[in-house]
Design a protein around this ligand. Structure first.
Ligand SMILES: Cc1cc2nc3c(=O)[nH]c(=O)nc-3n(C[C@H](O)[C@H](O)[C@H](O)COP(=O)(O)OP(=O)(O)OC[C@H]3O[C@@H](n4cnc5c(N)ncnc54)[C@H](O)[C@@H]3O)c2cc1C
Length: 692
């Protein structure tokens, strides 16, 4: 059927039953409304020093018949999984991945994963969980004797996985139930799944592929629960691929998307593993059977263990950026070429010429740049923070990095989920066809708010880190966090703040816009402190106080903080561009303005309380629309400069040449069943002939 479809695709223009479609120049005419930007400068600045390897990896994929999105649209589950493995194999060795290279430059593999993610997130996710997260856990909480395991997984002798989540506990990792009971007589651990809810669940790679896993289990020594620790254990025999005796492995089946990854479950029954499976950098058991740990608090220890896998969170931010970029490519190009209605006696109007259409798409373009620059920031911080954390796992820098990653992971997934949905809707009925690619992008994106830490939980954790820093200032300590130097805990002072702008020109001032983002962070922190104090008077349990101060308060701290970081990083990006091409920088400056102005507009309530008057609120609204209009024409050239090749997009309505109608027809006609009678015709006839 698929082979037939491919043949038909070649022949369909000869055999078409559709009226001829002339060449559609709408998109190219739209592009020509503006001069070209310096797309080379934009591309290389957007992808920073990754741009050259991105081009190399793209070219590797473009040269391989395995990478054509149209061939992947409706693959059956097992074929999809096989394809994913073949795609990984095609790139892994050609790109040259090994442990030594990863140690020298940890971003190198991330570049491969991110670039492959442009084609299909399942491939990069499978690589992330089976290699990165497994190897990073071993490296961060294992000791020298565990390094051969890392080498094996880099050499693809082993396929790893990370088994944290259980049927009954995902976000609540401290409460996982799997047990690893120490038996001193043999110096082994006995792994058990004591209840149905403690089966390891939805673990990437486990369904069919992995032979190793980093298992999160409660360590029991002398009947004392020592909290969650990690064990690098074998789950399948390397030769026979059979589950190890005492291990039951199953497949969780079809998911909403990302079906290239086989997510599975694990059940253990008295499975004995040697002592050395315990990753014992932080905790160990002495030869005379005594438990000891350099970190006394169970919670802190688990926090440090989990911080070992932060590369997963960075790749989620990257995945969100890719989804936004792909969806916006399709929706902006389609918005330019698609025409509906129009003025009397004039040609019909492009959708993108409608103000409302611009306001549905262009703020997302601004958020795309914001998230991209936020991601560049977390990548820059990664190496120095990791180096510091290796020496001192309890260092402040790691805590602060955790807060930044948590809020940017959450913001990225909030932005991308809403962007992708808006892109789908702005493409109307054509956007609903599978061959528009938007459904697949939306389904893939759907995972990001949940995995690698649920957004709500991460925003809570970010809020907690920031509130702790605020508490220190009450004790007279100076704030050290470079993203919080403007902190003002004098709420009375904040109430007197008045923003100074009288019109669009005075609003569009970078210093003022940054000040307004700082104001928002201060405002939500102060509001949260007040709400926490009020709730402390109402509830006796500290959990109730905390949980009832989330909505409108602590959740908003993480978001405001993340948006402040993005604002600063996006402005830095504009300045970097200005050093290379002032004209392009001026255009991206409008993107910066739109990002901040739209973020303020969406939370005008905060500003109207003290900082703005009603006339200023109107200026903000009008300015947002003005900026959308300013960016409307050039938006096509901007997205052209940073988007993926057509072959990775796999969208008949979003390709660069703008021949959406011809390509829809070609794609639909290439299906051998398009003009055939249904196999179920006899049933239809029977139903029609049935008398009521
Ligand atoms: C495709 C996919 C692949 C995965 N791969 C892996 C893997 O390889 N290894 C692995 O270990 N795990 C994996 N996971 C699991 C993933 O990490 C968890 O799904 C995630 O941590 C969320 O946990 P949960 O599903 O138990 O949701 P829950 O924690 O049950 O959350 C459900 C809902 O309740 C809300 N909620 C929870 N607690 C609170 C609270 N205190 N206050 C307010 N609201 C709350 C959450 O916001 C969420 O909306 C994968 C998941 C998916 C979808």
């Amino acid at each position: 059927m698929r082979e037939q479809r491919r043949l038909n695709l070649i022949n369909s223009h000869l055999l078409s039953r559709f009226p001829a479609l002339p060449f559609d120049d709408s998109l190219s005419k739209y592009r020509e409304r503006t001069e070209n930007i310096n797309s080379d400068v934009l591309f290389h600045t957007y992808f920073i020093n990754w741009s050259h390897s991105l081009l190399r990896i793209r070219s590797m994929m473009l040269q391989s018949p395995l990478f054509n999105k149209y061939n992947d649209i409706d693959l059956p589950l097992e074929t999809r999984r096989l394809r994913c493995i073949e795609q990984i194999a095609a790139l892994y060795f050609q790109y040259g991945i090994n442990l030594q290279k990863d140690l020298e430059d940890p971003h190198r593999i991330a570049q491969l994963f991110h670039s492959v993610g442009e084609y299909d997130l399942a491939i990069s996710t499978k690589l992330t969980v089976t290699l990165f997260l497994y190897a990073d856990t071993i490296r961060s909480v294992g000791t020298a004797k565990h390094l051969p395991l890392v080498e094996r997984v880099f050499d693809m002798k082993d396929v790893g996985s990370i088994s944290m989540t259980e049927m009954g506990h995902g976000s609540n990792v401290p409460n996982v139930e799997t047990t690893a009971t120490y038996d001193h007589s043999t110096r082994e651990f006995i792994i058990n799944t004591p209840t149905a809810t403690s089966a390891k669940w939805i673990i990437g790679g486990v369904g069919k592929t992995s032979n190793m896993t980093a298992l999160f289990a409660r360590l029991i020594v002398d009947s004392v629960d020592r909290g969650v620790h990690v064990f690098a254990i074998k789950i399948r025999d390397n030769d026979t691929h059979e589950p190890m005796p005492g291990v039951t492995i199953g497949d969780c089946g079809l998911k909403i998307a990302l079906n290239g990854i086989d997510n599975g479950f694990l059940i253990f029954k008295n499975y004995r593993v040697p002592y050395d499976t315990l990753l014992d950098k932080l905790s160990s058991i002495s030869p005379d059977g005594k438990f000891k740990s350099s970190i006394k608090s169970k919670e802190k220890r688990l926090g440090i263990i989990i911080s070992g896998i932060i590369r997963g969170r960075i790749s989620v931010i990257g995945g969100c950026e890719i989804h936004m970029r792909k969806a916006l490519t399709i929706a902006l190009r389609y918005g330019a070429l698609r025409k509906q209605f129009g003025k009397k006696d004039s040609p019909e109007t492009s959708l993108l010429d409608y103000q409302i259409h611009q306001s549905r798409l262009l703020p997302h373009l601004a958020k795309l740049f914001a998230i991209r620059t936020g991601m560049i920031y977390v990548m820059e911080l990664y190496n120095p923070v990791k180096a510091k954390a290796e020496v001192d796992p309890e260092c402040n820098e790691l805590n602060e990095y955790h807060a930044i990653l948590s809020c940017l992971k959450s913001l990225g997934s909030i932005y991308a989920t809403s962007a992708v949905q808006d892109c789908r809707e702005t493409c109307g009925g054509h956007g609903f066809l599978a061959c528009s690619a938007l459904g697949n992008i939306r389904n893939e994106q759907d995972c990001h708010p949940t995995w690698e830490g649920d957004n709500i939980i991460l925003l809570q954790q970010c809020g907690k880190v920031i509130l702790k820093q605020v508490q220190h200032t009450f004790k007279g300590e100076k704030i050290k966090n470079p993203n919080l130097l403007y902190l003002d805990v004098d709420f009375e002072h904040l109430k007197t703040y008045k923003a100074h702008f009288e019109n669009r020109e005075t609003l569009l001032n970078q210093r003022l816009l940054i000040e307004l983002m700082e104001y928002k962070v201060n405002y939500v922190i102060n509001q949260s402190l007040v709400a926490l104090r009020d709730n402390a008077a109402v509830y006796s349990d500290v959990m109730d106080v905390w949980n009832n101060t989330q909505v409108h308060y602590i959740q908003e701290i993480g978001k405001a903080y993340g948006e402040y970081i993005c604002t600063m990083q996006l402005w830095k990006f504009v300045q970097t561009l200005a050093e290379k091409c002032q004209k392009t920088a001026n255009i991206v400056k409008n993107i910066f303005y739109l990002y901040v102005v739209e973020r303020i507009e969406k939370q005008l309530g905060i500003y109207l309380e003290h900082a703005f008057n009603a006339a200023q609120a109107k200026i903000v609204r009008d300015t947002e629309l003005f900026l959308c209009q300013e960016l409307r024409d050039i938006s096509i050239r901007i997205i052209d400069a940073i988007t993926v090749p057509d072959q990775f997009l796999g969208s008949v309505i979003g390709e660069a040449d703008g021949q959406a109608y011809a390509k829809i027809v070609r794609y639909v006609e290439s299906d051998p069943t398009t003009y055939s009678k249904p196999e179920w015709l006899p049933i239809l006839k029977k139903i029609k002939s049935t008398k009521a």
